[in-house]
Design a protein around this ligand. Structure first.
Ligand code: PEP
Length: 248
């Protein structure tokens, strides 16, 4: 079956109110097609103004959520709060949260299950460190990260997951994975899903690539098992629109 392509723009901890206005104007001037789902993830303070300013079919995602419903959790946002505000997506498991904020596989799995139960689609990020790739541990690491969520998700839940394979050594470094490297890992992830979840889930699961994607390299990365991109740096630039144009 044909999977609908997906492109996410992860704005991370960036942007002034003026930048946000410039970015929404850029998005509003773009052309969108039914075969590509486009989502941007502003900071939590910028989510609502971005939602209000967007006049085109571009979804808005949170960059994090918490697994408790409400209460004494200073600084956190529950999935109930996100859904109530009209959000449909959340990014979880990003390498910056795994490695800088020390989120564990278990915590990310809890958040993923809670987000899906609340009706959100989860952009679930996985990926290996440079030394893990160099020591041949890419699949072992990615499968371990996948297994943590597989253990808590039902087969139905996987319809609300977009896996973002983001080799950590490629994020924000300019060192993009080659199409062969990325395709190899995406293919292995799809085979893992077929074996561990189901053939149907494996066929339908969108697995997107992230790590120094730009307008100049995006088209070559549209291989058989790569269903789109999670874009960091370039999503804050006009080049994001070039990535959208070539994604299929
Ligand atoms: C990311 O942060 O998810 C990412 C892929 O960043 P960049 O595109 O800047 O490498």
């Amino acid at each position: 079956m044909a999977r609908k392509a997906f492109v996410g723009g992860n704005w991370k901890c960036n942007g002034s109110m003026a930048d946000i206005q410039r970015l929404t104007e850029m998005l509003n001037a773009g052309e969108y097609h039914d075969n590509v789902e486009v989502v941007v993830a502003p900071t939590m303070l910028h989510i609502l103004p971005v939602m209000q300013a967007l006049k085109v079919p571009v979804g808005v995602s949170a960059q994090n959520c918490y697994f408790e419903k409400s209460g004494a959790f200073t600084g956190e946002l529950s999935t109930e709060i996100l859904v109530d505000a009209g959000l449909k997506y959340v990014i979880l498991g990003h390498s910056e949260r795994r490695h800088i904020l020390k989120e564990t596989d278990e915590m990310i799995a809890k958040k993923t299950k809670k987000a899906i139960d609340s009706g959100l689609t989860v952009i679930f990020c996985i990926g290996e460190l440079k030394e893990e790739r160099e020591t041949g541990k890419t699949e072992e690491v990615c499968f371990r990260q996948m297994e943590a969520v597989r253990a808590v998700l039902s087969e139905e839940d996987w319809k609300k997951v977009v896996v973002a394979y983001e080799p950590v050594w490629a994020i924000g470094t300019g060192l993009v994975a080659t199409p062969e490297q990325a395709q190899e890992t995406h293919k292995a992830l799809r085979a893992w899903a077929a074996e561990k979840v189901s053939k149907t889930v494996a066929e339908e699961l969108r697995i997107i690539y992230g790590g120094s994607v730009k307008g100049a390299n995006a088209e070559s990365l549209c291989t058989e098992d790569i269903d789109g991109f999670l874009v960091g740096g370039a999503s804050l630039q006009p080049d994001f629109m070039n990535i959208l144009k070539v994604t299929h």
